[in-house]
Design a protein around this ligand. Structure first.
Ligand SMILES: [Zn+2]
Length: 474
């Protein structure tokens, strides 16, 4: 079955087809954090979804070039730095670091590039783009010295959000400075410096100022991935005006279709409500860890619901995540034990076709993770039953472990391996390695039992033997 995704642009499930399949990697752009505070778990829901998407594409044999921007200059970062009384770079650095720390906790694969908006290379690119838009009549400098995009000159404006432009004229509060614009919906490409910006400014043909948020993403995606990208992701709140503006800017400059597939992740709610600091239901990754949960448990809780369905985060849900992972852990421990069993009596080759490839098929279907996990737990039930009845042989157990290894490249949910192996265990493992090298299988098995008695399991892989703590041992 072919890969297919719901494209926000067409509002339809579309088959995923690359322009030059196989000839080049998939170009994927994902809107990153605005580093004025620590990202919350709602932001991370979107990042976990993007991680799942990238990993599934890779499982399906694609190479993915992914860029995630860091927005380190816009109104909130400037205000935050001013209030903290520190330079902008110093203020944003702490939240950049926090972002990478939290992404690591959630096992999110690193993007290939994390461009920062304040990098002079990209500022230059933004200025070039704005100049091009002005020369095409798609942008203008207003009396307030800022430069705006002229949305009336871009007929496709509103197509992504399925938004009627006339609505913009009748609703919304008009700020004083908005009168400088030709149309209420015109958005800033370059914001003229004012006192509140302090020393945050760059020179431009339109005077000192700073870029608007939207042009940052257009310039950085084009600089790193080219004029046309395959997949652009973000949260649903990015659709309008941010992504709509990105299309207008990029296509305004190049005249080429900017993005082939737009994928957006739905909101995260907490106890059925919108997350807000004022409601006391606002959580960051460390907030969840402080309650005694692990990053792995939070990863599971964030990825287990289909990305287009709002995710209701609850502590009960976190406990369910813990239980689900415990089931996986126990299952893997049983399989490993079974795979290491010496007796090959009754071995029957497992048919390749009997492995549940439905897991991958479910993800092909617009990343249907709930169905994929359903297949996983159904397989766990079945294989546990087989092990209960002593119907699982070593070869089958190994086949299941290989299957898990394959799907875990997408899920990344295996328990952390405790690397602090006690000295005594390490020495026994070394002696066992030596015994194996001498083909002294009896001695090797004795040592395995001794290691096991100390609460550790030794597993022979093609990369040598590996030690893991046995489930249920302290
Ligand atoms: Zn963006």
């Amino acid at each position: 079955m072919a890969l297919r995704f719901f494209n926000t642009y067409s509002r339809e499930i579309e088959e995923f087809e690359l322009r030059n399949p196989g000839a080049r990697p998939i170009r994927m752009y994902t809107c990153g954090p605005t580093v004025y505070s620590r990202a919350h778990i709602g932001n991370f829901r979107a990042y976990v979804f993007e991680d799942l998407l990238q990993r599934h594409l890779e499982l399906r044999g694609y190479k993915v070039d992914r860029v995630m921007n860091i927005t380190d200059v816009e109104d909130k970062t400037i205000r935050g730095a001013r209030e903290a009384g520190v330079p902008l770079q110093k203020f944003t650095k702490q939240f950049k670091n926090a972002f990478f720390e939290d992404a690591g906790t959630l096992r999110i694969k690193r993007a290939d590039e994390y461009p920062a908006a304040t990098d002079q290379r990209y500022i230059d690119r933004m200025i070039e783009m704005i100049s091009a838009l002005i020369s095409k009549g798609l942008a203008y400098q207003a009396d307030d010295k800022s430069v705006y995009f002229r949305i009336n000159k871009f007929p496709d404006y509103g197509k992504l959000a399925h938004f009627d432009l006339t609505q913009l004229q009748s609703t919304g509060r008009v700020k004083h400075d908005e009168y400088d614009k030709e149309h209420i919906g015109d958005f800033a490409l370059w914001k003229a410096w004012d006192e509140a910006d302090g020393d945050v400014k760059w020179d431009s043909p339109w005077g000192p100022g700073r870029p608007g948020w939207h042009i940052e993403c257009s310039a950085m995606s084009m600089a790193l991935l080219g004029d046309q990208i395959d997949i652009h992701c973000g949260g649903v709140d990015n659709i309008f005006p941010h992504h709509e503006a990105e299309i207008a800017q990029s296509e305004g400059v190049t005249g080429k279709k900017f993005v082939q597939y737009w994928l957006h992740c739905a909101h995260l709610l907490v106890d059925g409500q919108k997350m807000a600091k004022s409601l006391g239901n606002f959580y960051t990754v460390p907030d969840v860890l402080t309650k005694g949960y692990t990053g792995r448990e939070l990863r599971y809780a964030l990825l287990r619901v289909h990305y287009r369905v709002p995710l209701n985060f609850t502590w009960e849900g976190m406990n369910e995540a813990r239980e689900s992972l415990a089931r996986i852990d126990e299952w893997l421990a049983r399989l490993r034990k079974c795979s290491a069993s010496v007796s090959l009596a009754g071995t029957k080759d497992r048919q390749a076709g009997s492995m549940p490839y439905t897991f991958e098929d479910a993800l092909d279907d617009d990343l249907n993770i709930s169905a994929a996990l359903g297949f996983l737990f159904e397989s766990i039930r079945e294989t546990n039953r087989a092990m209960d009845q002593n119907e699982m042989d070593a070869i089958s157990a190994n086949a299941w472990l290989d299957w898990w290894k394959r799907i875990n490249t997408v899920l990344d949910l295996e328990a952390e391996i405790d690397v602090t192996v006690p000295e005594e265990v390490a020495q026994l493992a070394q002696q066992r390695e030596n015994a194996r090298r001498e083909k002294n299988w009896k001695r090797s098995d004795e040592l395995r039992d001794q290691i096991s008695a100390l609460g550790w399991e030794v597993r022979d892989t093609k990369d040598g033997s590996k030690l893991t703590r046995r489930t249920g041992s302290a």
